[in-house]
Ligand binder design. Structure first.
Ligand code: HEM
Length: 442
């Protein structure tokens, strides 16, 4: 297949390019009550927006700009254009709570304000290799609205990588990722390259055709949809659950790995089912190089219901009608909040968790599908009502089946370890779309 040529200089960088292993970032959300003011702000930030072409140089930081549907409205975009966006984007994440399984403590009425209200309009996503390098993009983002009536920052969250280099539950993260055809990034062993139209609008997708996109083309092409999601992690509850249900310390590690599908070091159970192998976990040439269908059809190594096997079943659904490559997403997760000290098993009341940015060409087919059909449901692998043991809405009665010989193990009484604090559906326009938006000639 001929690789499509991607317009790197027009595509906002975060879709195609990864951040360094250590980084810090700030996400700032703005409310707009004056469309002309917001257009002026976009115009000011525009020269600083990082494309996929200049991601690694010359600046030591990256700036990306996103809009909610309410934001496009506040900018003064007319209905004929607003209506060309898909329904789920127009509705916003809070309105899709039932589909996403955001119920109980995760329901929008408990979200941190202003998330899930109609007040979030523009988001600036900043990242840098160090705190010192973060100062300049923050100054750019803050000065962009200065003196402009009708634009104000209403939310900000600082993110990064904890000192352990792992997310709060103690796992190395960001290993399983998508290889995009045409991105000029070599696929790692085990990565099946996916057509760019699955993630960026205006290119052929896995069906071989170019999907319809928001109109006019200058607004849609080279853009991507983005789900912003803040999730609290109850680290104390996770540690207590492991202690209470494991036979000994080694078994605690095994149970944790059986929930995620990888040991805390990142080593996949599929390649190292009996014990952790930190060298394997750290080796990008090996730590993704596995499949499920032939090597582990029953989940004896990596349980069918584990987090990574649910979120990316790889070839494990061969023979079913599901085409896994139509349900991949680009994932940029960052920790927020301080670490819970290693020896503590009680929550200290401090907010901590992950802010995720999921990107793709379709919120409904990618983010919502994974959330609804794979994370919050077990039917697709014959597990009935079992949901994701780590991130699913367990309520104290959750179960997780761990296939084993001679008899399987089953974790019971799983509580909720992750609670949604809020989120927004956004659109990440191309650089030329940002220019078009700032000119206001709609
Ligand atoms: C607080 C919530 C979450 C935590 C703590 C978490 C943690 C993890 C960890 C530790 C891994 C293994 C490392 C890796 O493969 O990169 C992982 C993988 C992954 N997660 Fe999550 N995750 C969370 C929520 C989600 C959600 C909501 C989704 C999707 C809607 C998701 C999608 C994925 C995907 C696609 C992978 C890679 C699977 C693969 O390619 O093998 N995660 N996650």
């Amino acid at each position: 297949m001929v690789s499509p040529t991607l317009a790197f200089e027009d595509i906002q960088g975060t879709v195609l390019r990864r951040r360094p292993e250590r980084y810090c970032g700030r996400y700032i959300l703005y409310r707009v009550t004056n469309g002309a003011g917001a257009r002026r702000m976009v115009e000011r930030i525009l020269p600083h927006v990082t494309s996929a072409a200049n991601w690694d140089a010359p600046k030591p930081y990256t700036v990306n700009l996103v809009f909610t549907w309410q934001g496009f409205k506040a900018l003064g975009i007319p209905d004929r254009i607003l209506n060309s966006f898909p329904e789920e984007f127009r509705a916003g994440m809070a309105a899709r709570a039932e589909i996403l399984g955001d119920t109980g403590e995760s329901a929008p009425e408990h979200w941190v304000r202003p998330l899930g209200s109609n007040d979030v309009h523009i988001g600036v996503v900043i990242s840098a290799g160090s705190e010192a390098d973060l100062a300049e993009p923050i100054r750019i983002a803050m000065s962009a609205y200065e003196g402009i009536p009708g634009v104000e920052p209403i939310y900000r969250i600082d993110v990064g990588v904890p000192s352990t280099g792992r997310e709060h539950f103690g796992f190395r993260d960001g290993i399983g990722s998508v290889s995009i055809i045409g991105s000029e990034v070599e696929p790692l062993p085990g990565q099946d390259p996916v057509m760019p139209g699955e993630f960026i609008l205006g290119y052929p997708d896995e069906t071989g055709s170019v999907a319809p996109m928001p109109q006019p083309e200058v607004l849609g092409k080279n853009g991507a949809f983005l789900a912003f999601r803040q999730m609290y992690c109850d680290v104390g509850a996770f540690r207590r659950y492991l202690q209470a249900n494991a036979r000994d310390k080694d078994d605690e590690e095994l149970l944790a790995a059986k929930m995620v599908g990888r040991w805390r070091s990142g080593a996949p159970l599929s390649l190292s089912p009996e014990k952790d192998d930190p060298a394997l976990g750290a080796d990008p040439l090996r730590n993704n190089d596995f499949r499920y269908y032939e090597d582990d059809p029953r989940g004896l190594k990596c349980p069918l219901g584990s987090h990574i096997r649910r979120c990316n079943p790889r070839d494990g659904l061969t023979g079913s009608i599901v085409n896994v490559n139509r349900h991949r997403l680009i994932r940029r997760g960052s920790a927020y909040g301080p670490e819970l000290p290693a020896d503590q098993v009680q929550d200290d009341g401090v907010d901590r968790g992950i802010v995720f940015i999921f990107m793709g060409a379709s919120l409904i087919r990618q983010f919502e599908f994974i959330q609804q059909a794979w994370i919050n449901n077990g039917d697709f692998v014959g597990l009935g009502e079992e949901v994701d043991p780590l991130v699913g809405p367990n309520n104290g009665h959750g179960t997780h089946t761990i296939p084993a010989r001679p008899i399987r193990r089953r974790l019971t009484g799983l509580p909720r370890f992750v609670t949604v604090r809020g989120g927004e559906y956004c659109f990440l326009p191309s650089i030329s779309a940002l220019q078009w938006l700032s000119r206001g000639q709609y």
